[in-house]
Design a protein around this ligand. Structure first.
Ligand SMILES: [Ca+2]
Length: 203
């Protein structure tokens, strides 16, 4: 009886091992297939979703170009009371920057810093074409009567946002600012002080 039992046992073991191999093979193939197909699809979906999300973000976010940090300017601009303004008696000056945003229509605004003692003339350009020109408003109706020794508290500079209209822009367009100094009240004047421009996407 014993030899028969051993033979039966060995036969049963060989069957078991054979079936284990085939089960292993089955799972191997299944794993490989799932891993390749799954990871490929997931990575494609994730990339597409990320790009779409970034594109949406780009097209809805405002862009601010800082007068100090983002524009290249002629040498006669300096920090004047917190804004970028012309050095006294240095004449007019220009600044340019490349538009960094996506192609589209943008409402362009410029933040200027007005003074009590002069209306600086200015221009905003896109690729050399004037899109806005004018003179700074006065910060105070006192005008030349503002006491010089106390102008910072009596008739201080005031920030004003100027609407330059909606324009079609593309990456690399040259955004320009030109300003001039004026002296209607004596040796102290207005220096075309400004802070920067904001570009708001218009659907
Ligand atoms: Ca002034």
């Amino acid at each position: 009886m014993r030899p028969i039992i051993v033979i039966v046992f060995l036969f049963a073991m060989s069957l078991l091992l054979a079936s284990c191999d085939s089960i292993e093979d089955y799972f191997d193939e299944d794993d490989d297939g799932a891993t390749q197909g799954g990871s490929g699809e997931i990575s494609t979906d994730t990339t597409a979703a990320r790009q779409e999300s970034q594109s949406e973000q780009r097209s809805t976010d405002k862009i601010f170009l800082d007068a100090f940090d983002d524009f290249s300017c002629s040498a006669n601009w300096t920090d004047r009371d917190g804004a970028l303004g012309l050095s006294p008696h240095s004449g007019s000056g220009t600044c340019t920057a490349e538009f960094p945003g996506e192609p589209g229509n943008y409402l362009i605004t410029i933040k200027i810093q007005t003074e009590f003692d002069g209306r600086s003339p200015y221009e905003v350009t896109v690729n050399g074409t004037v899109i806005k020109q004018g003179e700074y408003p006065l910060s105070s109706s006192l005008y030349c009567d503002c006491p010089l020794d106390d102008w910072r508290s009596v008739c201080p500079d005031k920030d004003v946002t100027v609407d330059c209209g909606t324009h079609a822009l593309k990456p690399g367009d040259t955004i320009g600012f030109w300003g001039d100094e004026v002296y209607p009240c004596g040796d102290h004047g207005s220096y075309a002080k400004w802070h920067g421009m904001t570009f708001t996407p218009v659907p």
